[in-house]
Design a protein. Structure first.
Length: 171
């Protein structure tokens, strides 16, 4: 057997070697019965979709709430009836728009300003940022405690009960 210049004994090398297909190796998969199965693509999309749906619902309720042009609340402690009147007007809007309870807190605090915002930020810190755990009833209790304290409320009630009109007591 004669060797030509550039020829090799052990297989093809050079240009022709690139054009050959590698032999297929059988794929062996180890099975581990205790290993968790990876989530299917559908499972991984469920949580982000729920978050997106929740954000869209929140945006819709806030947009609907804003259509009623609610007043802002600055948290002033000077005129206590402002706090009561503001909350009453907000609750009237909630009734008209049939706002779900879980959205009421977010809609209401969106219209806080100044001292009202500062108070709400304090509440958020106390709840470690998870304001969804506070119900609307709890919000109202805290709101009244801060902006319309029990003693001031009692004083207002007493003044109302003791109203006199033309030297006549109202009963």
């Amino acid at each position: 057997m004669s060797l030509h210049k550039g020829a090799r004994r052990h297989g093809r090398r050079g240009r022709e070697a690139r054009h050959t297909q590698p032999k297929e190796q059988p794929v062996v998969q180890a099975t581990n019965p205790t290993a968790p199965t990876p989530p299917t693509p559908k499972q991984t999309l469920v949580e982000p979709q729920n978050v997106l749906d929740q954000l869209l619902a929140e945006a819709k309720h806030l947009r609907d709430f804003r259509k009623y042009n609610p007043k802002t609340f600055n948290g002033s402690l000077e005129d206590l009836t402002k706090a009561q009147m503001w909350l009453a007007s907000v609750e009237a809007i909630f009734q008209y728009m049939k706002c779900p309870n879980k959205m009421k807190v977010q809609c209401a605090v969106f219209f806080f300003m100044d001292r009202g915002t500062t108070w709400w930020e304090t509440i958020e810190r106390m709840l470690d940022g998870d304001v969804n755990q506070i119900t609307y009833e709890q919000f109202k209790e805290n709101f009244y405690a801060k902006f319309f304290s029990a003693s001031q409320k009692f004083s207002k009630q007493q003044k109302f009960l003791n109203l006199e009109q033309d030297n006549m007591t109202l009963e």
